[in-house]
Write a protein that binds this ligand. Structure first.
Ligand SMILES: C[S@@+](CC[C@H](N)C(=O)[O-])C[C@H]1O[C@@H](n2cnc3c(N)ncnc32)[C@H](O)[C@@H]1O
Length: 317
C-alpha cells in the first residue's frame, strides 16, 4: 500500500462513499450502475469516487468504451479488507444496498439470457463456435493429455501442433521433406519442437514400432495413398490395445478436378469401404458420419475405430 493512512481515513469519512465502497466490493460496476444502486445523481457519484480512487480504495478498469470500478489495492490489503468488510456490512441501509446490487446483477443476467433465448438456432450465423474452429480444436485437444499420438500424412502440421500442446509425444509422419520442414518451423515458433518427432516415411510402411501410440489420425491423407487398405493396416499395427484410429477424409464423390487441383488419387471413400478395411485390420468401427467440409461439394466423413483392448486369440488349427 503506497498511500498514507490519513488519505484513507479521510476518504472513508463519508456515508455515501462507504456505501459506494460496499457496492463495488460486491461486484465491478459502472457509474450508471452506482447511480441506480445508491439513488443519488451521477455528479454526486463522480465526486465521491475521486477521493476513493486517490486513497486507492477503488480503482477503475476500462472495458471497451465503459469504465468499471472495483476494489483498489488499499482495499485488497489484508490488514484493511477484513476490517472494512466487517464494518461496512454493519452500516445502516446495508441490507437494502446489498439487495439493490443483487437486483442489478440479476438484470445483467436477464439481459444475457434474453439475448441467447432470441439467438438459439441462429447464433452460429454470427460467429463460429469457440470463437473459431481452430480455438475449438485446441480446446478439444486437452483430451489428448498424456497420450502418444501419430499424425499420419501430417502435411503442414496443423493437427500435430494442436495435439502437441497436450499429448506426451506426437509423431508427425509425412513422405514430403518440404512438409516436414514446415512442421518443424511451426513447432519451433510455438516452442513445441520437443514434443513433436518428425518422421519421414510412407503411410503404407510406417517406420514406427507395433503398439506404440494411443491415437492415430489419418486426416485428409488416405485419398493420397496408393493402397488405402494397407495404410489402415499400418495405422492399426502401431496402435496400442484400446487405441483409436480417427479418419477424416472425403466422402465418395465424382469431382475429377480434385485429381489435378489437389493431386488426389481416390475420389473419396464410401462408408462401407472404410468399415471393411478397418475390420480387416482388426479394428472395431465406433463412428462413421458425415460432417460439413470447407467446400459444399466435398462433404467429409468423420470415422473412428478402436483396437481390441486384449488381442484376439488366434484359432488353433
Ligand atoms: C492433404 S495433405 C493432409 C494434411 C493434413 N493431415 C490435413 O488434414 O490437412 C496430405 C499429406 O499426406 C502426405 N502423404 C500422401 N501420401 C503419403 C504417403 N504414401 N506416405 C506419407 N505421406 C503421404 C502428403 O505429403 C501430404 O502432406
Amino acid at each position: 500500500m503506497n498511500v498514507d493512512l490519513l488519505t484513507i481515513l479521510k476518504a472513508l469519512a463519508d456515508e455515501t462513499r462507504l456505501r459506494a465502497l460496499r457496492a463495488v466490493s460486491m461486484s465491478e460496476m459502472s457509474v450508471a450502475e452506482l447511480v441506480w444502486i445508491l439513488g443519488v445523481p451521477q455528479s454526486t457519484v463522480s465526486r465521491h469516487l475521486k477521493p476513493l480512487r486517490d486513497a486507492q480504495l477503488v480503482e477503475a478498469r476500462r472495458n471497451g468504451t465503459s469504465v468499471l470500478y472495483r476494489r483498489g489495492p488499499a482495499y485488497q490489503d489484508a490488514s484493511l479488507s477484513g476490517l472494512l468488510d466487517r464494518r461496512l456490512s454493519e452500516l445502516p441501509g446495508a441490507t437494502q444496498d446489498r439487495a439493490s446490487v443483487h437486483r442489478m446483477l440479476e438484470a445483467r443476467k436477464a439481459e444475457s439470457r434474453a439475448f441467447f433465448e432470441r439467438m438459439a438456432g441462429s447464433y452460429e450465423s454470427l460467429t463460429e463456435p469457440g470463437g473459431g474452429w481452430a480455438a475449438l480444436a485446441q480446446a478439444m485437444a486437452v483430451g489428448l493429455s498424456g497420450m502418444d499420438v501419430a499424425d499420419l500424412g501430417a502435411g503442414e502440421g496443423a493437427l500435430s501442433v494442436i495435439a502437441a500442446r497436450f499429448a506426451r509425444r506426437v509423431y508427425a509422419v509425412d513422405q514430403s521433406p518440404a512438409m516436414l520442414g514446415e512442421i518443424s518451423r511451426r513447432a519451433g515458433l510455438l516452442s513445441l519442437d520437443t514434443n513433436i518427432s518428425l518422421v519421414s516415411g510412407d503411410l503404407e510402411a510406417l517406420p514406427l514400432p507395433d503398439a506404440s501410440v494411443d491415437v492415430a489420425f489419418l486426416s485428409q491423407a488416405l485419398h493420397h495413398a496408393a493402397t488405402p487398405s494397407l495404410a489402415i493396416m499400418e495405422a492399426a499395427r502401431i496402435l496400442r490395445p484400446g487405441g483409436r484410429l480417427v479418419i477424416l477424409d472425403l466422402a465418395s464423390h465424382e469431382h475429377e478436378w480434385v485429381r489435378e487441383q489437389f493431386a488426389d488419387h481416390w475420389l473419396g471413400f464410401t462408408d462401407e469401404q472404410l468399415s471393411a478395411w478397418c475390420e480387416a485390420a482388426g479394428l472395431v468401427v465406433r463412428c462413421c458420419e458425415r460432417v460439413p467440409g470447407s467446400s459444399k461439394e466435398l462433404p467429409v466423413t468423420f470415422f473412428f475405430a478402436e483396437k481390441h483392448s486384449t488381442p484376439k486369440r488366434k484359432n488353433k488349427s
